[in-house]
Design a binder for this molecule. Sequence first.
Ligand code: MN
Length: 231
Amino acid sequence: MNDILFPTPAPVLLPMRDGSGFYPVGRIFCVGRNYADHAREMGHEVDREAPFYFTKSPAHLMLSGQAMRYPPGTDDLHHEIEFVVALGAEAAFVSADEAMSRVFGYAVGLDMTRRDLQGQAKDKRRPWDTGKDFEQSAIVAPLSRADEFGLPGPQQIELELNGEPVQRAQLADMIWSVPEIIAHLSTLYQLGAGDLIFTGTPAGVGAVRPGDRLHGEIDGLAPVETTIAAR
Ligand code: MN
């Protein structure tokens, strides 16, 4: 008997902004502390030690425009707006010069974080999974093609909470640039189409509560939006 014993999970599909199709999401990598002012606000030294990563399950992706239920197990849910890179070709041990040819597109994302659980994990030198990787924790807007967007650099990245700006920076403020991140990550994983990379958040992270509205923009990309629903 080769029957599949439970319903097969649905593929995780990110719509193209121009309606030209859907990008199938395979893995979600996230870069930690990639803007100096955010590293400082979290109490860390700013350095150019190698970038570090955590991951989120694709099943925990939520499309922009839906409500996010306030998750269980936390009293300190935080917003982190991020520039999201979608790969479209194999990348293993690529140089930074080669890396951008592997990029398919870009989107605006929210790396939602149970900050209290993340903080407890840091204190005890335990993994970050419960703080970072939970249902609806990776919120992503529709994807734009890389050639339409151009090279990341001068674009503004900005998040509004209930209409008030709370996070604002330029993509050029990243400590590790997009090609440097791809090159480094490609020494650790065999990257390819379906891999999303959240590239870190600028300063201004903070708590959200039920009823709050988040609206995030990066010049040239579809905005990311959600409202926080009751527990
Ligand atoms: Mn983040």
